[in-house]
Design a protein around this ligand. Structure first.
Ligand code: MG
Length: 203
């Protein structure tokens, strides 16, 4: 399986990082090893002094497809979960300045946190899914799928032009504003609507 991530999909987050908003989705990949065994804490890696959380809705692909038309994209997923795209922001900034790929800042071990549970798509209005992240019981990120610049079906269609989608692939659909650092001892909790979906302890 592969992990496909969409960058800069919420204008509020584009602005907070002083980025420009893209006319097409920005895609990057994380390796399978970025997923951490369920229930394990997240260990801050030695190579970074600035690990940021980014809470994101995650689509799970349930069918193999290539060149998927946007109007048929809904057939390729039926569950939505939530994840944290951990980012070594200090390393990413250095790589961006040099014009280099920033995979190591995004794809390191443990960087793709994913909820155990997924919610059936038909139980949600996919164009209006509220989600949030709490750090130590305080809300730090609040998002809603209605604010995505590129919606789920378009993302699937677009991504599938380049990468054949396979069963079990995950697509992280971008983070809203409010990204920030984690420290040892923090607890991150992610929700879809008011349902607790994911908890990560930082060590
Ligand atoms: Mg992200």
């Amino acid at each position: 399986m592969k992990i496909i991530c969409i960058g800069r999909n919420y204008l509020s987050h584009v602005k907070e990082l002083n980025n420009t908003s893209p006319s097409k989705p920005i895609i990057f990949l994380k390796p399978e090893t970025a997923i951490q065994p369920k229930g394990h804490p997240f260990f801050i890696p030695d190579f970074s002094n600035q690990i940021h959380y980014e809470v994101e809705l995650v689509i799970k692909i349930n069918k193999t497809g290539k060149y998927i038309e946007e109007k048929f994209a809904y057939k390729y997923y039926d569950e939505i979960g939530i994840g944290i795209d951990f980012t070594a922001r200090d390393i990413q900034e250095k790589c961006k300045k040099k014009g280099l790929p920033w995979e190591i800042s995004k794809g390191f071990d443990g960087s793709a946190q994913i909820s155990k549970k997924f919610i059936k798509k038909n139980k949600l209005n996919t164009n209006d899914i509220p989600f949030k992240l709490e750090k130590n019981n305080l809300t730090v990120q609040n998002g809603n799928s209605k604010d995505m610049m590129f919606k789920f079906d378009y993302i699937i269609s677009y991504v599938s032009q380049f990468f054949t989608l396979k069963i079990g692939d995950l697509i992280y659909t971008g983070t809203p504003h409010g990204v920030g650092s984690v420290c040892k001892g923090d607890i991150l909790t992610a929700y879809i609507c008011d349902e607790k979906m994911l908890e990560v302890k930082i060590k």
